[in-house]
Ligand binder design. Structure first.
Ligand code: NAD
Length: 361
């Protein structure tokens, strides 16, 4: 039996993860949930928002599903999600964005999967403050190396694109496309301007595509990608992007399919994978049986595929799809504004999904 680290999370986390767990169990598969704390509750009990027991559990089980974690604003600890990514070297941010009938969206037939490089690019955190001694040294060095005199009141950031970092992300995208019968991989970049960094990413993508002859491959410049996704999102399939572009395009694509409330995500590395919803802890709805558990349940669908439980994943996705399309037992955010008073709660929605799973069994 597979053991999975289960982190309820903060705010609406405990309610939506409980609903997800019941839905997964309704498929009949046997999973041992290793319950661990992170975030506010861990802080209360251990004085540490990311206790060693939780990290040891993820290290051992290699697969975790977590509710959203609140990041205190202005004071307290830094983002636990970023820390988890770093600790476990979760280099691929995977986000499927798919339209489901019944979800309010301007688009139909969108079925995209985004692979965002999670560990390098402009997000490595090496910045030089305006007016600092280090910045002055860097500016002098740049002038010496390039003959370019940048304004003395500049702040600087380093962008790092490595061969190894690009290869592992692109390989994950191509392998996913192959494994799940996808048709096309698109590499997204700005190699026309950043010839040596994005150019390197593109060169590796082109080279790698030769090992996947059954897949169509193309590349699109990031600004054109934004335009194309708004005009014709149904033309794209698997997108592979460096960190910053992946961050922005992930949210753009969530918007194409009805918002963060229905979009799951995974952070995957060579050793471990952590699955979650893309939305946050929505503290105003905590404990009110209002929040929509769809995104975390679709994260469980990704998780089940990851561990090879493809049939259970399919059953849950079908049951969610039918429940949302019928539109009767859905949470407030999936109802049109004039029908919000007919919405059901988290629990009732999960009961409706479970009854569809039982019908499909
Ligand atoms: P949020 O996603 O929590 O909320 C944005 C809006 O969407 C709110 O109106 C909220 O009520 C609504 N919403 C979110 N999820 C919903 C759901 N499942 N069902 C129904 N409505 C839902 O974003 P925020 O308010 O910016 O962030 C709140 C906290 O969550 C912050 O501390 C933030 O740092 C954290 N956060 C955590 C993660 C994560 O753990 N992966 C991701 C994003 C934000």
């Amino acid at each position: 039996m597979q053991t999975i680290t289960f982190i309820p999370g903060d705010g609406i986390g405990p309610e939506i993860t409980a609903a997800m767990k019941e839905i997964v169990e309704a498929t009949g598969i046997k999973i041992k949930w290793d319950m661990q704390l992170a975030g506010e509750e861990a802080m209360k009990q251990y004085g540490n928002p990311l206790p060693e027991d939780t990290l040891a559990s993820i290290r051992k089980n290699k697969v975790a599903i977590k509710g959203p974690l609140t990041t205190p604003v202005g004071k307290g600890y830094r983002s636990l999600n970023v820390r988890l990514r770093k600790i476990f070297d979760l280099y691929a941010g995977v986000r499927p964005c798919k339209t489901y009938k019944g979800i309010i969206s301007k688009y139909e037939n969108v079925d995209l999967v985004i692979f965002r490089e999670n560990t390098e690019g402009l997000y490595i955190g090496i910045e030089f403050a305006e007016g600092s001694e280090k910045t002055e040294e860097m500016l002098m060095e740049i002038e010496k190396l390039y003959g370019t005199k940048l304004p003395p009141d500049s702040a600087l950031a380093i962008k790092d694109i490595s061969v190894g970092g690009s290869m592992r992300l692109l390989k994950a995208a191509f392998e996913y496309a192959r494994k799940f019968g996808r048709k096309k991989v698109t590499a997204v970049h700005k190699a026309n301007i950043m010839k040596l960094t994005d150019g390197l990413f593109l060169q590796i993508a082109k080279e790698m595509s030769k090992s996947y002859p059954e897949l169509e491959f193309d590349d699109v410049i990031i600004d054109n990608m934004a335009l194309q996704l708004v005009k014709n999102p149904e033309k794209y399939d698997v997108l592979a992007l460096p960190n910053l572009y992946g961050d922005v395009i992930s949210d753009l694509c969530a918007g194409l399919v009805g918002g963060l409330g229905v979009v799951p995500s995974a952070n995957i590395g060579d050793d471990c994978a952590i699955f979650e919803a893309t939305h946050g802890s929505a503290p105003k709805y905590a404990g009110k049986n209002k929040a929509n558990p769809t995104a975390i349940t679709l994260a469980a669908v990704m998780m089940l595929r990851h561990i090879g439980e493809v049939e259970a994943a399919k059953k849950i996705e079908n049951a969610i799809s039918v429940t949302i399309a019928e539109g009767k037992y859905v949470t407030y955010d999936l109802k049109p504004p004039e029908k919000r008073d007919e919405a059901v709660g988290t629990k009732e929605y999960s009961i409706a999904v479970i009854s569809k799973i039982e019908e499909l069994l």
